[in-house]
Design a protein around this ligand. Structure first.
Ligand code: NPW
Ligand code: ADP
Length: 487
């Protein structure tokens, strides 16, 4: 993002001070949408770099909009304030603001119900907080005030390992510019911010797209452009055939959920290879699905299936291990989830046998069982990136924000999904969706990205009206979201 700012200043007819003005205006629009009352007491806490410069411009704009109860806290910790900070300080002084000069953090006093706008340090953070900054941050956190951070909470690294224990500002909201920070998507950020809001500041999208980056944020635009329409004169054969190998006596539901999601996501045909004991349930709940006896799997012609998925509710006994072993030898790309991954974790030599272009969908624990324990998510995602490249597979590392590591070494971040989806069976639905897209002739990368994004998007649409979403409810709602996403 810092590169984007620098490029914009160089290549657009805009000076850095004017970009700062745009940033401040965009911040104020989002801030006043959340806190509209002009009598609201606000303390704008400014450092002496460009983040502090933003804070000064924000204070001026808020005052201009009639916010009459603003105090501006100026830290006096640095010997070399930034040029734009100094310029904005001169501008602000003309508005006759209430200024609090702070040399000693212990002098900080907040008014009743005062909101703190945190503009102390932003993306310029280059070392852990210490000394006076650390003491001030501690005092602000302790105050219990509502905190809204400019760009990033002070002390929070935008990229790289998040310091543990976290000692930066604990913001209620961070208002960031143009693009979210990569670390907002890591679970450890929960300590630093409750919510983030990204506001546009008019930077060149085509330039941002063209920047080489190992990280990609999945967008609705990409999904809509990638989804193929259902063509006139097409038929069930056009949309591929999924074979779903799943289920066990106590976990037949997982097989039904995965099979149902494959149907609801548009596969032309879906066959469930489940134990005989699940047949009645299959016929009653999913009459569209076909059935393949487990004993016949090894006699079946596997290449009549455009996607083969294995794992949901499968079990890890000898019989299931042999089935997996057989499939791994067919050298046909697979979707591997749940117990298929647990079997591989217990027999690590099988990792190298996963056919290239396969997709594996571990949650945190399954991932660590496969690849070893990780002290934090940053390292876990880096392992995913390396393993996806080394094995030439797609790794869908599931979480609130799922990371998809591609064989190219890129990692896609999925912005959709919400905690209402945190219920058993949700991963089974995802496996069915991904297998369905694979059967419909999308590449393994596309199938994984479409599956993950649309899974979360369906959950987001349902969460507008319900607090908890059962996996079967989500599955049935997929067709409506698919319709909406088709261009
Ligand atoms: N054109 C742009 O770039 C735009 C930028 N914008 C805004 O600017 C923000 C980035 O501003 P920035 O680069 O001036 O850094 P900032 O975060 O204010 O820090 C200031 C200095 O603090 C120091 N420092 C670092 N860590 C420290 C620590 N732990 N404890 C103590 N000191 C520490 C370090 O200086 P050093 O100590 O290394 O000399 C650093 O340089 C960005 O988040 C956004 O809000 C927008 O206006 C859009 C246009
Ligand atoms: N808080 C959350 N926000 C968004 N998605 C979530 C959340 N909790 C769970 N999910 C999604 O639900 C799925 C859970 O997968 P998994 O743990 O394998 O479930 P199960 O094995 O019960 O089917 C993942 O796709 C995950 O991204």
């Amino acid at each position: 993002m810092r590169a984007v700012d620098a490029y914009t200043i160089q290549h657009q007819p805009i000076a850095s001070i004017d970009l700062m003005e745009q940033v401040a205006a965009a911040f104020v629009t989002a801030f006043t949408a959340a806190y509209p009352h002009q009598q609201q007491a606000i303390l704008v806490a400014c450092g002496q770099g460009n983040n502090g410069g933003d804070g000064l411009a924000i204070a001026s704009i808020l005052a201009g909009k009639g916010f009459s109860n603003i105090r501006v806290l100026l830290t006096q910790f640095s010997q070399s304030p930034s040029a734009d900070y100094l310029l904005n300080l001169e501008r602000l002084k003309k508005t006759n603001p209430s200024i609090v000069l702070l040399t000693n953090p212990s002098e900080l006093e907040l008014l009743r119900d005062e909101i703190v706008i945190d503009a102390l340090l932003g993306s310029g953070l280059n070392k852990p907080l210490s000394g006076t900054y650390a003491a001030l941050v501690f005092a602000i956190n302790q105050s219990g005030a509502t905190i809204v951070s400019v760009d990033v909470p002070t002390g929070f690294s935008s990229e790289g390992e998040i310091q543990a224990p976290y000692q930066g500002i604990k913001a209620d909201l961070a208002i960031s510019f143009q693009l979210p920070k990569i670390n907002f998507f890591f679970p450890e950020s929960a300590e630093a911010l409750k919510k983030f809001n990204v506001v546009p500041i008019g930077l060149k999208e085509d330039y941002i797209e063209s920047l080489p980056s190992d990280w990609k944020l999945i967008t609705n635009q990409w999904v809509s452009a990638t989804l193929k329409p259902r063509e006139n004169f097409s038929h069930k054969g056009t949309y591929g055939h999924v074979l779903m190998l799943a289920g066990n006596a106590e976990t037949m539901g997982a097989a039904l959920l995965a099979t149902g999601a494959a149907l609801h996501s548009g596969a032309g045909l879906v066959t469930a290879c489940i134990p005989q004991s699940g047949l009645t349930a299959l016929n009653v709940s999913l009459p569209e699905a076909m059935f393949l006896r487990r004993e016949f799997l090894q006699k079946a012609t596997l290449n009549k299936y455009q996607a083969v998925a294995i794992g949901p509710g499968l079990g890890v006994d000898k019989e299931q291990s042999q089935l997996l072993d057989y499939l791994l030898k067919q050298n046909q790309p697979l979707v591997l989830d749940a117990d298929a991954l647990n079997i591989i974790a217990n027999n690590k030599h099988l990792l190298d046998k996963i056919p290239q272009k396969s997709i594996i969908t571990p949650h945190l624990k399954e991932f660590d069982r496969l690849f070893g324990e990780h002290p934090n998510w940053w390292q876990r995602v880096e392992t995913a990136r390396q393993k996806a490249q080394a094995l030439q597979i797609v790794i869908v590392l599931k979480n609130q924000y799922t990371f998809i590591a591609l064989p190219t070494g890129e990692v896609c971040i999925n912005p959709t999904g919400n905690p209402a989806m945190a219920q058993g069976g949700m991963g089974d639905v995802l496996t069915g969706m991904i297998a369905s897209f694979m059967a419909q002739s999308y590449t393994c990368e596309q199938a994984a990205i479409l599956g993950v994004y649309l899974h979360g998007k369906t959950g987001d649409a349902l969460a507008e009206n319900q607090g908890v979403i059962a996996a079967s409810t989500l599955s049935k709602a997929i067709p409506k979201i698919l319709r909406e996403c088709h261009q």
